[in-house]
Design a protein around this ligand. Structure first.
Ligand code: NDP
Length: 303
C-alpha cells in the first residue's frame, strides 16, 4: 500500500503539457496538489479539478514537503527556484527536478541545493505526457537513495516504472541524453528517408508499414551490440563495416542525385570509413563507438 494519505501534499512548478499531466495524476490519486506556472491561467483546469493555484512560486513550495519542478530546461528552473524567497521557502524540503537537461546541470543544481539545505533528486521522464498516470510511463531517478525511498510512494502515483539509477545525481540526465540521442538520430533518419522516398515518388504513408518493420528489427540488434560494445569484441559476422559503408554510400548517391541533403548519412559513412581505414573493416558497425570515444579523448587531451 502506498504510504501517503489525504494529508499528503505535493507542489508542481511548471504547467506545460508535462507539468499539467503530472499535476493531473497527483490530483487523480487524491493528493493535495498545489501548482504554479510563470504564465498565469495554465492552472485553470487543474484548479477546477481541485488543485490549489498558488500566487507565487514561494507560496507554492511552502505548501508542500515535496516540490516537483518540470519546465523547459534548467535555465528556466533556476530562474524560478534560485530567487531568495523561493530558496528560503525550500529550506528543509525536497525538490524532485523532472526537467530535462545535461548531467552537468543536474550536478551543479544538486550542489546549490545542498548549500541551501534543500533535499534534491533529479529525474528524467522517458515517455510522452499522455503516458503519465498509466502503466506505460517511464521515470528515471538519481540522487540520495534514502531521499528517493522517502518520496517514492508519491512518485509512484505518476504511474509506470520508476528506476533509481544511483546516487550520482547526474545519472538520470546521462541516461536521458543517451536515450534521446537514439531518439533524435532515429527521427532524423526517418525524416531523411521520407525526403528520399518522396523524391522517388513514394509517399510517407506508403513507406510507413515498412518503416515500422525497420523499427522492429532494432531491439534485438541493440541487445547484441550492447554486449559487443561492453566486451570490446566486435563480430562483423554477417554484417561487417565494409558492407555497412557500401549500403550508406548508396543512400548518399540516391539522395544527392535528387538534391536531398545527405549530411547526416555522410557523417555516419565517414565514421564507418575511418574505422575501415584503421583496419577494422571486418568488425561490426558498433565498432565506431570506440572511434567516437577515442575522438573525445583526443579532443579533450588537445585542450
Ligand atoms: P516545455 O518543455 O515546453 O516547458 C514548458 C514549461 O516551461 C512551461 O511551464 C513554461 O512556462 C516553462 N518555462 C519556459 N521558460 C521559462 C522561464 N524562462 N521561466 C519559467 N518558466 C519557463 O513543456 P513540457 O511540459 O512538455 O516539458 C517540460 C519538461 O518535461 C521538459 O524538460 C521536457 O523535455 C520534459 N519532457 C516532456 C515530455 C512531453 O511529452 N511533453 C516527455 C518527456 C520529457 P510558461 O507557460 O510561462 O511558458
Amino acid at each position: 500500500m502506498p504510504s501517503y494519505n489525504e494529508q499528503t501534499t505535493v507542489t508542481v512548478l511548471g504547467l506545460g503539457p508535462m507539468g499539467r499531466a503530472l499535476s493531473g495524476a497527483f490530483l487523480e490519486a487524491g493528493l493535495r496538489t498545489t501548482v504554479w506556472n510563470r504564465t498565469p491561467g495554465k492552472d485553470r483546469e487543474l484548479v477546477e479539478k481541485g488543485a490549489v493555484g498558488a500566487p507565487s512560486p514561494e507560496a507554492a513550495v511552502a505548501a508542500s514537503g515535496l516540490t516537483v519542478v518540470c519546465v523547459v530546461n534548467y535555465d528556466a528552473a533556476d530562474t524560478i527556484v534560485r530567487r531568495d524567497p523561493v530558496t528560503a521557502a525550500l529550506k528543509g524540503r525536497t525538490v524532485v527536478n523532472l526537467t530535462a537537461d545535461t548531467p552537468e546541470r543536474a550536478r551543479e543544481a544538486a550542489s546549490w541545493a545542498a548549500e541551501h539545505g534543500i533535499g534534491y533528486l533529479d529525474g528524467a521522464i522517458m515517455t510522452p505526457a499522455s503516458t503519465i498516470g498509466t502503466p506505460d510511463a517511464v521515470f528515471l531517478h538519481s540522487g540520495p537513495e534514502a531521499l528517493y525511498r522517502e518520496h517514492r510512494p508519491v512518485l509512484d502515483v505518476l504511474g509506470g516504472t520508476h528506476t533509481h539509477l544511483g546516487e550520482d545525481i547526474g545519472r538520470a540526465a546521462a541516461y536521458d541524453i543517451a536515450l534521446l540521442d537514439i531518439f533524435w538520430t532515429a527521427m532524423t533518419g526517418y525524416a531523411h528517408a521520407l525526403a528520399v522516398a518522396r523524391a522517388e515518388g513514394i509517399t510517407a504513408r506508403e513507406l510507413a508499414p515498412f518503416a515500422k518493420g525497420i523499427g522492429q528489427i532494432l531491439p534485438p540488434i541493440f541487445e547484441k551490440e550492447a554486449e559487443e560494445a561492453d566486451s570490446g569484441r566486435f563480430s562483423g559476422e554477417g554484417n561487417p563495416l565494409t558492407s555497412a559503408a557500401s549500403s550508406m554510400a548508396h543512400i548518399i548517391q540516391a539522395s544527392e542525385a535528387h538534391g536531398v541533403d545527405a549530411g547526416v548519412m555522410r557523417a555516419a559513412e565517414g565514421l564507418a570509413r575511418r574505422a575501415i581505414g584503421q583496419g577494422h573493416g571486418t568488425n561490426g558497425f558498433i565498432r565506431i563507438t570506440e572511434l567516437l570515444n577515442r575522438s573525445s579523448t583526443l579532443s579533450r587531451s588537445a585542450l
